[in-house]
Design a binder for this molecule. Structure first.
Ligand code: TYD
Length: 145
């Protein structure tokens, strides 16, 4: 298991990024283009919706995959953790997303009713890229101390 990403991950690299947005009287259009205005090369897109009250998602880190999380509708919180520090980020603007580098443990909660969470991922789905046990994550990040 290549754990470099976990040795070096830092919640300060979880950047809140404004997405290119075109505003008109008749509405707003927000657009991302691979390697131009998107913060990563997009290989996969998925979205979370129909989230029941009190839902918690995430609860894992990735060895290589980087993700950009956008609140398409409503609001929710992302708790980011690098094994040393953690921070809660509220996302509520579809023109602004949160970049999650590899090696960051993330938990999503506090979903508002009807919220939709769009995720752009730098890699295709691969279960072997997940760290799903928090104890394993703590071991992978232990060198930072
Ligand atoms: P998971 O990544 O744990 O969801 P979340 O972080 O939103 O809580 O994935 C939940 C399930 O969906 C798990 O069985 C794997 C599957 N899945 C895919 O098949 N492809 C994908 O691209 C993703 C993100 C998940």
């Amino acid at each position: 298991m290549n754990s470099d990403s976990h040795r070096h991950s830092d919640i300060d690299d979880c950047l809140i990024i404004d997405i290119n947005t075109i505003r008109h009287d008749n509405g707003r259009l927000t657009v991302m283009e691979n390697l131009a205005t998107a913060p990563l090369q997009i290989k996969r897109v998925y979205y979370l919706y129909d989230l029941p009250a009190g839902a918690e998602r995430g609860g894992h880190s990735h060895l290589a995959t980087r993700e950009f999380v956008v609140p398409l509708s409503g609001s929710f919180d992302v708790v980011v953790d690098d094994g040393r520090r953690s921070r809660r980020v509220t996302l509520n603007n579809p023109g602004r997303g949160l970049l999650l580098p590899a090696g960051i443990w993330r938990t999503l909660d506090n979903f508002s009713s009807g919220s939709i969470c769009l995720v752009l991922a730098s890699e295709k789905y691969d279960e072997s890229d997940y760290v799903r046990e928090y104890d394993d994550f703590k071991q992978l990040t232990a060198d930072k101390r």
